[in-house]
Design a protein around this ligand. Sequence first.
Ligand SMILES: [Zn+2]
Length: 470
Amino acid sequence: MNVNWLQEVEKRKQHIIQDTQEFLRINSVLDETTATETQPFGAGISKALLHMLNKGKEHQFYVKNIDGYAGVVEMGEGAESVGILCHIDVVPTGDGWVSAPFAAEIRENKIFARGAIDNKGPTMAAFWAMEIVKELQLPLHKRVRMILGTDEESNWRCVEHYFKHEEMPTLGFAPDADFPIIHAEKGITDVSFNWNNHEENDYSELTLISFQSGERFNMVPDKAVVSINGEEKQLVEMATKFNLYLQKNQHNGQVEQTGDLLHLIYEGVAAHGSTPENGLNAGVYLTKFLTQFVFQNSANAFLNFIVEHSDQQGNTLGIALSDDVSGPLTVNLGLMQFKDKGEAQVGLNIRYPVTASFDDCFNRLNKKALEQQAIFTIHDHMEPNYVEKEHPLIQTLQSVYKRQTGEEPTLLAIGGGTYARSLSTGVAFGPMFPGREDVAHKKNEFIDIDDLFRMTALYAEAIYELAKDA
Ligand SMILES: [Zn+2]
């Protein structure tokens, strides 16, 4: 079968642009205030979902509304299916847009709108890819099933609901990350060590009243604040040392002292939890300064624990695992809290290699918690996503990508999580081409119209190649 896929896309370019603009003009931000039983994520998302289902019906696809949580647009027959997992919800717009975020204005061959690249533009690309394969009347032996998620940007309640009630595609892709292909995503878990040591007697000269750094497991804290009680003279000395420490590190911070109370603030640099090496952990830096002093026992233990376990590979936690596919495990100390009289928490965001076992990690961390007399809690866990490079899904997508772009279809491994994780055999395939500016979640989000066509052509051929054989 010799099809010029890009040419087929260009024949339909007016429709594709129009449909994309029309879809982008629906404000599909999560809105709990208008949520009902039939529209669990609010009126806007419901409108966008019904819009896609109606469009599917118009184009003679089989459509199904999964209780307002998700939608299905499907074609073909067969026991097996190729899944295309998209999402129609968008993040809030924020300020500073040149044209209104739901105007979908075209400037310089780009469509500007919230959701243009994440993920409504690519959803429309995949929809038209299905349409092209259908119009060409190519013989298929698998069904092609587009799954429309509605809560990707928040809690993934859409896919949770969908997979409880509907089939898992045999294999598939999610056009919600990067080209060429992301085939390995590390396992991600949020865990905490907690202590609750109420001390009756405290003979230390300095008392750590509170320590606070970080708000989320998966961010490098950019600020740390400590309050210390002690003799005024001693605190003055400490403040001087703190200023020298800041100077030495060439970092910013603040000192406030009133009598026997001292507040120190350390300023770091935020980064995503999957790349702690790109940030500057304010909590860890402040802790390293504080461990030269002696506080009450529970505070000393808290501070020492942080310093001892601040390496980002998990060496001292005993979990420094690594594999060739996805690289080393990473640890982000995202939360560090100490409240008066020994209530303490250290929260970690851990991303472990795709071939490592979570049970193994868990056992090692649990052992560490026992040693430290801490309460160990798992707050969240997502298994790794990994499809081996020999798998037909990968082989097919690679050859399609190489044929159409002429570029090397490099397989990517990441520490982040993409929507493809929800599929049992699925990878992220686009929509961002290598070297493009990442505008998802930012003001003036856009999709380049040539890229829109290129991805439509890639998706069309991928759909055909994946679905043609039984
Ligand atoms: Zn997305």
